[in-house]
Design a protein around this ligand. Structure first.
Ligand SMILES: [Zn+2]
Length: 71
């Protein structure tokens, strides 16, 4: 079930970029986050979230729930 949800998410590629609001990495895939590289006049739409590292560090309880769901 979970793998179905994940592959759907990968193929849809929403036009928004998720940026971690703690370390400012951007989400480049389902599990991949990379340092944000934005030029000043970027027109991309950003939405904020938490990368897995920061969730683990700052919200261990939420992290446990999320990673249980995926494992
Ligand atoms: Zn982060």
């Amino acid at each position: 079930m979970e793998s179905l949800t994940l592959s759907k998410e990968t193929t849809l590629h929403p036009p928004m970029i998720t940026v971690c609001c703690i370390c400012n990495k951007q989400r480049t895939g389902v599990y991949t986050w990379e340092p944000l590289d934005v030029s000043g006049d970027s027109e991309e739409i950003f939405t904020h979230g938490f990368c897995p590292d920061c969730i683990r560090q700052h919200y261990p309880k939420i992290s446990n729930k999320i990673y249980k769901a995926y494992s």
